[in-house]
Every structure is written in structure tokens, then in C-alpha cells.
Write a protein of this length. Structure first.
Lengths: 198, 135
């Protein structure tokens, strides 16, 4: 067993533990499963099921007609950032009907990365509302799809009603380097919040 | 938070798994992180299973209303496969215990053993304060 891997240096800073649980959230079909899969150093846990005709009028596939599966429970992956910091990534289902599970999975999480898609910005409001109601600090990452319009940052901030301190980054969920940058933006943000006097 | 690398309670799971036809055991926190695992399952797999079990528990609890009162207490979830069973039970405040077994296992004996183990774990699981440092 790989014991004592990090046990000698359990603390990155005073209040930061070795194991940090983060949520990867976002609306239906924004790329959460892809994101977790890209970054996980272990085989990720996936719970994808084929979408059925039952969802035709519920899960809107406009613009993403190639999508054939959807996550019904969760995604999970692990990423060791350094020998002092291990990130546990929990991807949550995007649809409203899974809110209950969403709340349970957010237990113990220190923060959330909200993935958004510039072609469906209005779909993100509900998710961001959930994150805020859970009181979770978050960063926003724009998952750039092929052909998705480049929206200036100021406009995005305005549209999503972000605080000036909330990190906003661009990534491609299929690309490891940019996805990692997005996650690090969140971790940095959490560390900053951590150091601010209460 | 739990230091998943020391597997301090792993021996207890191994002890419980001495009964015939059982395979692996993991102990997980309600938020889906691994607290301990038995010897023959490696850490990566155990962590993935811990996350899945937390999701399973959450979904199972979501079906309470289908059974009766929505607030009724969830006790356990048993999954059956061609290859055997997975038992998932509550293990005190904020923790769950999962054990797998072959199709030939004595299910009643496993349930009994799991309850016994939960009692023992309960004594060990007086969670240390989150900020405690190693001496």
C-alpha cells in the first residue's frame, strides 16, 4: 500500500488539507464529463447512459445533436497537483431533476468550477444560482467549443453577473493544459479567500 | 479532512472480510472520500468506488418516498450482479461501509457481520478535529 505518500506534509498552508474536494458543475452538455476525464490521473468514474426519447422535450440538444449520452449520477477523478495537494474532482449532473444528488455531492467540497458555454449562457444561471445557494466559492471557465463565439470578458462578466474577484478563464475541456489552468485558477482563488481575514 | 494515505482502519476491514466468499471492503465518508480500504483493492480503485458509493447512497435515499415516508431513514443498499453482491450500509455519522461478495455468500451472515463491524468502527470513528496536526 502506498502509505506515507503525503502524510509527512499534510498541510499546504494552515487551513489547506492534503485532500481537496472540488465540484465541476455546469449546465447540461457543457463538457463536465470530458473535463474530468481530461484531468484525472486515474481511470475516471463515469455514469453515462444513452439518452432516450423520453428526454426529447426536456434536455435541449439544439446545436449539439451529436451528443448521445448524458451523465445520470456523477463523474469522479483525481489529480495530484503536488506532493502536498491532491484534488478530488466530482462532476455533477447538469439537469434540474438531479438537484438532490447535486446537493449531496457538494458536501465537504471547498469550491466549484462552473463550466459555461458562450452559445448557451442563459443555461448557466440556474447552475450558478445553485452554487451560490450552497455558499460555495467558485471560478468560471468558458469551455470553448469549435465554432463557439468569442465573447469579450467584460461582456461575459456582465452577462453572468460575476463579482470582480471571481476568476474567469477560458479552456478547452479536451485539452489538458488549458483545463489544468482553469482548475488552478479556482485553487488560487480558494487560497486567496482563505487568507483574507474573516 | 481524512488522510486517505495511511489506511489506519484497513486492518479492521480485512478482519471482517475473513468470512467466506467476501471480496473487498471500503469505508468512505458521506462526501465520497475514501477513509480505509481492505488489502486486496488498491487505492485508486478504492477511491473511485468510494465516490461511486456516495452517489449510490444519495440516489438510494432519493427513492425513500417511493417506499413510504420521504424522511424515512436509509439503512442499506444491496446491488446484485451475475458476479455477486455489493452491500452498502450506514457506518455511523457521516460514514458508509461497502463490502463485496460472491454469489455464494451467506447474505444474512454478511449483514450481521457488517453491523458488528459498524459497532467497532463507531468507537474508532470519533472523527479528529479537522485542523489537527500530526504531533
Amino acid at each position: 500500500m502506498d502509505s506515507a505518500l503525503v502524510s509527512d506534509s499534510r498541510y499546504l498552508r494552515d487551513t489547506v488539507q492534503t485532500a481537496v474536494k472540488l465540484l465541476i458543475v455546469g449546465h447540461f452538455a457543457v463538457g463536465k464529463t470530458t473535463f474530468v476525464g481530461t484531468l484525472s490521473e486515474i481511470r475516471p468514474l463515469r455514469t453515462e447512459e444513452r439518452m432516450t426519447q423520453a428526454g426529447t422535450f426536456v434536455d435541449d440538444l439544439a446545436g449539439i445533436e451529436d451528443k448521445t449520452t448524458t451523465t445520470v449520477a456523477m463523474d469522479f477523478g483525481r489529480l495530484t497537483l503536488s506532493d502536498r495537494l491532491v484534488l478530488y474532482l466530482f462532476g455533477t449532473p447538469g439537469q434540474q431533476r438531479f438537484t438532490r444528488l447535486w446537493q449531496d455531492l457538494s458536501r465537504g467540497a471547498l469550491g466549484a468550477l462552473v463550466l459555461v458555454d458562450t452559445t448557451r449562457l442563459d443555461s448557466s444561471f440556474e447552475v450558478m444560482d445553485l452554487v451560490e445557494r450552497q455558499g460555495l466559492p467558485y471560478a468560471v471557465a468558458v469551455n470553448r467549443f469549435d465554432g463557439s463565439p468569442a465573447v469579450p470578458e467584460a461582456e461575459l462578466r456582465e452577462a453572468l453577473d460575476l463579482l470582480p474577484t471571481t476568476p474567469l478563464v477560458q479552456c478547452d475541456a479536451r485539452d489538458e493544459a488549458s483545463s489544468l489552468r482553469a482548475l488552478i485558477a479556482l485553487v488560487d482563488h480558494l487560497l486567496t479567500l482563505d487568507q483574507e481575514p474573516a | 479532512m481524512i488522510d486517505v494515505t495511511n489506511n489506519r482502519l484497513g486492518w479492521m476491514l480485512d478482519d471482517a472480510l475473513r468470512m467466506p466468499e467476501t471480496r473487498h471492503g471500503i469505508l468512505l465518508s458521506a462526501d465520497g472520500l475514501l477513509m480505509a480500504h481492505s488489502e486486496r483493492i488498491d487505492r485508486d480503485e478504492a477511491e473511485r468506488q468510494a465516490a461511486a458509493m456516495a452517489g449510490l447512497q444519495s440516489l438510494a435515499r432519493g427513492t425513500a418516498e417511493f417506499c413510504g415516508d420521504p424522511g424515512t431513514t436509509w439503512r442499506q443498499t444491496i446491488s446484485e450482479f451475475d458476479d455477486g453482491y455489493v452491500f452498502l450500509v450506514a457506518a455511523g455519522a457521516g460514514a458508509y461501509l461497502a463490502v463485496s461478495a460472491s454469489p455464494q455468500v451467506d447474505m444474512e451472515a454478511v449483514s450481521f457481520r457488517l453491523q458488528e463491524l459498524v459497532q467497532r468502527l463507531g468507537k474508532e470513528l470519533t472523527s479528529p478535529p479537522r485542523e489537527s496536526r500530526p504531533a
